[in-house]
Design a protein around this ligand. Structure first.
Ligand SMILES: C[S@@+](CC[C@H](N)C(=O)[O-])C[C@H]1O[C@@H](n2cnc3c(N)ncnc32)[C@H](O)[C@@H]1O
Length: 355
């Protein structure tokens, strides 16, 4: 892929962009490209919130904390599919629709899309077409919102929050298993921080292999570590040893061979009767002493707003929004010892081990 964007630091115009545009000299910088934020600021203490820490998980009960919030405002495409087929949308098909739809946000330049929507609004208003005009307003709001969430605030990839959550693990050259990997972002962040290992990304939607991970920006810099100097280093995906397995995570045949088993936004898609199976997948393939890293979206006003404004793009499958206490209690009840728990921008995070 050859890009001809202005150089992000010097502003020099229209030269083919280097595959690895950032170096260690850029550590400490953050800036926006047209579609995402680059953030090479070393981690700060305030990006992993240990708010209301739980000291003894045995004392927590569902009566005390209530149940997670369920998102039930569905995508129009899901409703349409179900009407046409006269049956509930199968879960795997739901994920195939979700992945294409969510990825379209990452692939679009939000400022240009917003301008296009405003153009449509002007035209529709001129023709007194209120239906078209309202759709154009909704589109423009979505792009403004996406620009703020993903580019300005970087709350989806959240590299500083993830680095804070993943920091301090006792692993060297880890073998990493990523369940429901989608674009594989977090495995790459982990491999930058703990280099020299190997990662297996698993997702049963082949589009994740070919497009979501397959086309993840080669020029995106991951801030990590250089074991030969002991200093911070900037890493890129093509410097990492990653395999992608297209498979249902319930059918995996691995032994207890992974140092880290990771899922990002997976547990909340399993209704309670399936939670034991979901947690078991995080335990089954861990080496003795291995660590599971689990995150789920936070229940907070802005997350509820996100899944309302982006219902058509995001809501194809069962989804809960949780507090970190919900996630921790599920993990504890399903046999995990919780080493660390906290909140990053949009997600709850757990670092845990089978008890
Ligand atoms: C909500 S996404 C994870 C969020 C992710 N960070 C993203 O950017 O979309 C969940 C991913 O898990 C995958 N998935 C869900 N159930 C699965 C299963 N049983 N086996 C394999 N992959 C699964 C879906 O295809 C999807 O890509």
């Amino acid at each position: 892929m050859t890009l001809t964007l202005d150089h992000p630091l010097t502003g020099q115009a229209a030269q083919p962009a280097p595959a690895h545009p950032y170096t260690e000299a850029d550590i400490g910088r953050t800036e926006m490209t047209p579609t995402y934020r680059v953030d090479l600021r070393p981690d700060a203490a305030d990006v992993f919130y240990d708010a209301n820490p739980i000291n003894d998980w045995r004392e927590l009960t569902w009566d005390k904390i209530g149940r997670p919030y369920r998102v039930e405002r569905w995508s129009e495409d899901k409703k349409q599919w179900e009407k046409e087929h006269d049956q509930a949308l199968p879960v795997k098909t739901a994920w195939e629709m979700f992945n294409r739809s969510f990825q379209s946000l990452f692939d679009t330049v939000p400022s240009a899309a917003k301008q296009e929507a405003l153009g449509k609004l002007g035209k529709a208003a001129g023709q007194l077409d209120m239906h078209e005009a309202w759709e154009a307003v909704e589109e423009a709001i979505q792009w403004m919102f996406w620009n703020k969430i993903h580019r300005v605030e970087d709350a989806v990839w959240d590299p500083r929050g993830k680095r804070a959550l993943f920091g301090g693990l006792d692993v060297e050259k880890p073998n990493i298993l990523f369940l429901g990997a989608a674009d594989g972002y977090e495995a790459m962040q982990l491999m930058a921080m703990y280099p020299g290992g190997h990662a297996v990304l698993v997702d049963y939607d082949d589009y994740c292999r070919t497009d979501r991970f397959g086309n993840f920006p080669e020029a995106y810099p991951f801030l990590g570590y250089n074991p030969s100097t002991g200093q911070p280093k900037v890493w890129y995906r093509d410097q990492m040893d990653i395999d992608f397995e297209v498979e249902d995570i319930r059918n995996l045949k691995y032994g207890k061979e992974f140092d880290l088993v990771v899922s990002i936004g997976l547990i909340e898609h399993f209704p309670d009767q399936y939670k034991p199976e979901a947690f078991d997948m995080h335990r089954r393939f861990l080496k003795p002493g291995g660590t599971a890293i689990i995150t789920t979206p936070r229940v907070q006003l802005r997350t509820k707003l996100f899944y309302t404004v982006f219902a058509d793009i995001m809501n194809f499958a069962y989804r809960e929004l949780m507090d970190v206490t919900h996630l921790g209690l599920y993990a504890y009840e399903n046999g995990f010892e919780i080493m660390r728990h906290g909140r990053i921008k949009a997600h709850n995070g757990l670092i845990c081990r089978p008890r």
